[in-house]
Ligand binder design. Structure first.
Ligand SMILES: *[C@@H]1O[C@H](CO)[C@@H](O)[C@H](O)[C@H]1NC(C)=O
Ligand SMILES: *[C@@H]1O[C@H](CO)[C@@H](O)[C@H](O)[C@H]1NC(C)=O
Ligand SMILES: *[C@@H]1O[C@H](CO)[C@@H](O)[C@H](O)[C@H]1NC(C)=O
Length: 470
């Protein structure tokens, strides 16, 4: 393939061998199966079938936007921008169970890409302005980029070379590329670009294709942005996403409510594949060809990494990484047990923690149910419980930092618990109540409750302790 960027020769040959080795290629190319999100459902259509009818893979969705798959495991993943979640199901079992992968800390996950060899999910969020990665089951989640992102949308991966690509249609629209380990970030297209929407990679010819919804074109370029060429010029209505198989490009269009196709080199042989759709969003060619196998350094013992092993364009072609907020030890492989300095925040309807160990300061919501009006918050570094007061539930509660072990400690004779303080030495909990106008104390588990001061208090609010001085 001419025009391939210079890369590690060993890996290039591996990936090429992987591509060439797929025996069913011609057959699959003749009749690609297209997987697409349609807001209310996710569907499949056989683009080579005689009667073009789509079959529903999952229905009853709120707002499915981005979609991708892991072919070897038969799993499809999608984002739901109303439910603010990433979910999965098996594509070979219609009516199969839907499982949640990520359910917190998302607002508008518009782009999703599965690293099929490294077994990771990458996604963009145009509201939190982050690009994140996690294991396929949602664990070991990490924020990769949190700066200089405005409206990140489509994301595509080239695991054979360790690169990720994304579009951003914000104030300064552009296409960027970075290592899948967040290294070597670079803008590769920033001219003649307005609303870069869809993005896809031609793995065989090492080309990047994208659609611009405002300038109504599909262009392509080398994977470093060079040698840009027109494919379809100025005649599209509102392309949203695109994908390719063999010589054919497929894209969805918001205005025509259709899936369209054309020749990827010439833009000719334009045709409608499927029309009268509710709202076609992201689209992928569901095929083993789009996910060729090759060996990666992450396969043996997870690359020696305790948590994430991310593919990288730089030698040794992978990097270990830790969940958001957690530092990597000096060995470059093991993650610390957790964040060492954490800011805790009560935010009325949720509690959040922000690691101060890492520069991204990403807030993570504690997975605790039924928080309605959290006011005061404190922490016991000995047992590692977070304590808080809730002015609507009228209770004092505690839970671990990961949200587990939630308990209600005090729920009677409590009106407006406003301030709270943990005595981490003598193991007691103090609080103020602006309703009962008292300051009270209990053991940290809620037993042995005692009123300390009930006179001459009008609206007692904040409270702090100095245990060393009593
Ligand atoms: C799922 O179906 C596809 C197409 O019918 C088939 O090629 C593939 O082997 C199946 N995968 C699994 C995991 O069953
Ligand atoms: C999630 O996936 C990771 C990586 O494959 C694995 O180590 C871990 O055990 C899985 N966790 C659960 C809860 O399935
Ligand atoms: C509460 O804590 C006190 C002091 O640590 C302990 O003696 C008591 O057994 C605990 N009670 C319960 C119900 O856990």
């Amino acid at each position: 393939s001419s025009g391939a960027p210079p890369g590690p020769p060993s890996r290039l040959s591996i990936s090429r061998a992987g591509l060439g080795a797929c025996p069913r290629r011609q057959e699959v190319l003749a009749s690609p199966l297209l997987l697409f999100a349609n807001r209310r459902d996710v569907r499949l259509v056989d683009a080579g079938g005689a009667k073009l009818e789509s079959t529903i893979v999952v229905s009853g969705l709120e707002d499915a936007a981005a979609v991708d798959f892991q072919y070897s495991q038969g799993v499809i993943y999608w984002t739901d921008v109303s439910e603010e979640a990433i979910k999965q199901t098996l594509f070979n079992q219609s009516g199969g169970a839907v499982q949640s992968v990520i359910v917190s800390g998302l607002v508008s996950p518009d782009g999703l890409a599965c690293d099929w060899v490294g077994k990771k999910l990458y996604w963009t969020d145009s509201e939190t302005n982050r690009i994140e990665v996690a294991s396929l089951n949602g664990t070991s989640r990490k924020v990769l980029f949190w700066q200089d992102l405005d409206q990140p949308r489509a994301i595509a991966l080239d695991p054979a070379h360790g690169y990720m690509y994304w579009t951003d249609w914000g104030e300064t629209p552009r296409i960027e590329r970075a290592g899948m380990d967040s290294s070597v970030r670079k803008i590769i297209v920033d001219s003649d670009i307005y609303w870069p929407n869809g993005l896809t990679i031609d793995l065989e010819e090492q080309k990047l294709y994208w659609a611009d919804a405002k300038l109504s074109f599909i262009h392509r370029a080398n994977l470093d942005g060079s040698f840009r060429q027109k494919v379809v010029e100025g005649s599209l209505t509102h392309p949203f996403a695109l994908t390719l198989s063999g010589d054919t490009l497929y894209w969805t269009d918001w205005q025509t409510h259709s899936i369209h196709a054309c020749n990827k080199r010439t833009g000719e042989k334009r045709r409608e594949i499927l029309g009268a759709l509710y709202s076609p969003m992201d689209i992928q060619v569901l095929s083993q060809d789009r996910q060729p196998y090759f060996h990666t350094p992450c396969e043996e013992d997870n690359g020696g990494c305790s948590h994430l092993c991310l593919l990288s364009p730089r030698e040794p072609f992978y990097a270990c990484a830790c969940p958001t907020g957690v530092q990597l030890e000096d060995d470059g492989k093991t993650c610390k047990a957790g964040a060492e300095e954490v800011l805790l925040l009560a935010r009325r309807t949720d509690l959040r923690r922000i690691s101060l160990d890492m520069p991204d300061f990403t807030d993570i919501i504690l997975q605790v149910d039924d928080i309605r009006h959290a006011i005061a918050i404190d922490y016991d570094p000995v047992e590692r419980y977070v304590y808080w007061t809730d002015d609507e539930v009228r209770a004092i509660r505690r839970a671990y930092l990961d949200g587990s072990g939630a308990q209600t400690l005090v729920s009677t004779e409590i009106n407006d618990p406003d301030g709270i303080a943990v005595d981490w030495v003598a193991r007691n909990l103090y609080w103020t109540d602006t309703g009962t106008n008292r300051i009270e104390v209990t053991r940290l588990n809620g037993t042995s409750r005692k009123i300390l001061i009930s006179e001459n208090l009008d609206e007692p609010r904040a409270i702090v302790l100095n245990p060393a001085m009593g």
